[in-house]
Design a protein around this ligand. Sequence first.
Ligand code: NDP
Length: 293
Amino acid sequence: MGDAEIIDGKAVARALRAQVAEGVAELKERRGITAGLAVVLVGEDPASSVYVRNKAKQTLAAGMASFEHKLSADTSQSDVLALVETLNTDASVHGILVQLPLPDQIDADAIIQAIDPAKDVDGFHAINAGRLMIGQPALVACTPVGCVMLAKEALGDLAGAHAVVVGRSNIVGKPVAQLLLQEHCTVTICHSRTRDLPAVTSQGDILIAAVGRAEMVKGDWIKPGACVIDVGINRVEGQGGKSKLVGDVDFSEAVKVAGSITPVPGGVGPMTIACLLRNTLRAARAIEGMDQD
Ligand code: NDP
């Protein structure tokens, strides 16, 4: 088996952002409305600050309005709730994202559930998670949507494929499994209590790794020719003591076995923000009573 096809997440994300920008322009032209995304950042977590900055930059580049709300690390839960309530009723805001993690004094779930589900562009609200589960139109979590888009980029139709998902979090593992089911895959979900994990992962025609453990998935855990989507973002020490990012998959081994694989960085990561912009446009169109594409 030769080297796997590298799935270029950056290129797929770029094309998706361009498509979103067209939709944003059309909304402006037809309805005179500028889609708007509000991002709430509490505290100064360095990684979160970088994410928020990137989100704002790409929101503006897509022709949308970007509203940034930076609150100090000691902000109370009731103050965050009050801000969410204001954004819920602000007609210029179509999408609301509260950057996680939140400081300890704030119950993240209470904040997420306070967001109007119609503006919940992260797709974490119970209403949107429930709608996804029963196959109703929903705002779906961004990273899982990005994973499925990349798998389709490599494989085309996914129907009938056996998809193995490692990880069962509410933000990645569970929603990606639901989306794969909607694509008519046979889906297996693995987690920390799964017995003989390599024996299960090596059955997947599609393998999604969303674990948070650097390079855990080895080459012999992968079915030859499988499509491997690596969600993990792990910072490890690289050569010369400099830190570098690696996924949950041991890329150097996996690339020799897989049929196609996403790199880290440059795979799933860029898709997340592109899907966030897509969700914001979808939210704006739905609020305006317009059909989705
Ligand atoms: P969580 O920590 O919430 O979930 C991790 C999951 O992996 C859990 O279900 C856990 O099982 C399972 N797990 C942990 N250890 C093992 C093990 N040894 N064997 C099998 N399963 C295991 O993480 P997230 O879902 O939030 O994120 C996963 C990864 O994806 C992280 O690296 C994160 O940084 C990255 N990520 C990347 C994004 C992107 O934009 N590319 C966006 C979001 C996340 P159990 O339930 O039994 O504890």
